[in-house]
Design a protein around this ligand. Structure first.
Ligand code: GDP
Ligand code: MN
Length: 380
């Protein structure tokens, strides 16, 4: 979940990073009062969860309280990259000498974080990075070691940041770790004419898996925009919609992930990820099947279960009872292996549903489900 600038600012302040005095409002009249309290002049800033506000006219310097009210009136209600501005933040203007860029971002592929920093921060950072990649330093950060003063000094040195930025880099890492963030970005981090270092803008993306610990941001799970994902989430299912034609249901996230790979290896594309977990009761199976079958893109469904603690006959029983509740409209290929597989297969054989067939191996089941999906697609 992304935070608003004013929320990021609050976190920076909590961890000792200097930020301008500021206040948020949704009213132009109140904006005038806030500007007066800030000393008259104010930077009026749109609060939207997207960057590039400055270029879109969402950041304006107001010379006095009346101008602040006027600026707030113009910015409130504005659309910036599809986001409507509902609130503005008024900040005490800072006398900028130089603008820098600093961020920590999760590098999933490398299994670590990356410190990205540049002495040429500001609204043109994307262009700087594209045209002169050498002007942007990228330093790997081991998540277990974190950013110590010496790491921070290396980052500052590589990017050409002033020595005072070292302390900010250490504190920004504290924000990332203590606040459960996957990304923290300050652009610009500025050196003021008085020589201080101030965070003029902030972006923080929290880890959705930690939102239960971050409830002060209203951090319940963000509801998915996809109606099937929302329905699955309401039933407590671990379901992610993909764009293929083979519905996939399995027990255990690892097994389901490899099933997706095997389906792809057979030249088909999986329609979803669905992990029914260890219990695999009839209830969960029925809920899972009904969600997967209601995806119009699904042409066949592959159930891949490896019985460990969960016995395959319990899963087979779940499938049989789910079939009483859910009308099967597409072919179902079931592969049961492991604990009590023989008994499970016998149960499905006894049910003898015309649209259900069994396979003994994962590869065989995936190949069959892929072929059925392709056949259904070419048949129209
Ligand atoms: P963004 O465009 O969404 O990244 O919004 P920013 O908060 O970064 O503001 C855009 C630009 O406005 C910054 O890069 C600064 O150059 C400028 N700016 C913002 N606040 C101040 C301020 O207090 N003083 C000065 N001189 N410039 C500011
Ligand atoms: Mn910015």
């Amino acid at each position: 979940m992304d935070l608003y600038e004013h929320q990021a600012r609050e976190l920076f302040e909590k961890h000792g990073i200097v930020v301008p005095r500021a206040e948020v409002t949704d009213s132009p009249e109140r904006a005038r009062g806030i500007a007066r309290a800030l000393g008259g002049r104010a930077v009026v800033k749109a609060q939207v969860k997207t960057g590039g506000r400055g270029k879109a006219g969402g950041v304006r310097l107001a010379a006095d309280p009346a101008a602040a009210e006027h600026a707030a009136r113009r910015i409130l209600g504005m659309g910036i990259k599809g986001h409507t501005v509902g609130t503005v933040m008024l900040a005490e203007p800072v006398d900028v000498d130089r603008e820098f860029y600093v961020s920590y971002v999760l590098d999933r592929a490398a299994g670590r974080f990356l410190a990205v920093a540049s002495a040429e921060g500001g609204t043109e950072i994307e262009q700087v990075a594209a045209e002169r990649p050498g002007a942007v330093a990228r330093i790997p950060v081991d998540p277990d070691e974190g950013v110590t003063t010496s790491t921070a000094a290396r980052i500052a040195d590589a990017a050409g940041l002033p020595p005072q930025a070292v302390d900010v880099l250490v504190r920004l890492w504290e924000v990332l770790v203590r606040e459960d963030a996957l990304l923290v970005e300050v652009n610009p981090l500025v050196r003021t004419a008085q020589g201080g270092i101030v965070a003029l803008d902030g972006k923080v993306t929290l880890d959705d898996n930690a939102l239960y610990r971050q409830s002060r941001w209203g951090g319940e799970r963000v509801e998915s925009a996809d109606p099937l994902e929302a329905r699955a989430a309401a039933k407590g299912l671990n379901y992610v919609r993909l764009d293929g034609a083979v519905g996939v249901i399995g027990n255990g996230a690892g097994l389901v992930m490899s099933t997706l790979d095997v389906v792809a290896g057979c030249g088909a594309r999986p329609a979803n990820f669905l992990d029914i977990g260890g219990g695999a009761s009839a209830r969960v199976m029925a809920d899972g099947l009904s969600v997967v079958l209601s995806d119009p893109a699904v042409k066949s469904v592959l159930v891949n279960v490896f019985g460990g603690i969960t016995a395959c006959d319990a899963v087979a029983d779940g499938i049989v009872r789910a079939l009483e509740e859910v009308t099967l409209t597409k072919p179902l290929v079931v592969r049961l292996d492991g604990n009590s597989a023989a008994r499970g297969r016998a149960l499905l054989d006894a049910r003898a549903h015309p649209l259900v067939e069994q396979a003994t191996t994962m590869d065989g089941a995936a190949r069959r489900a892929a072929r059925l999906a392709t056949a259904a697609s070419t048949a129209g």
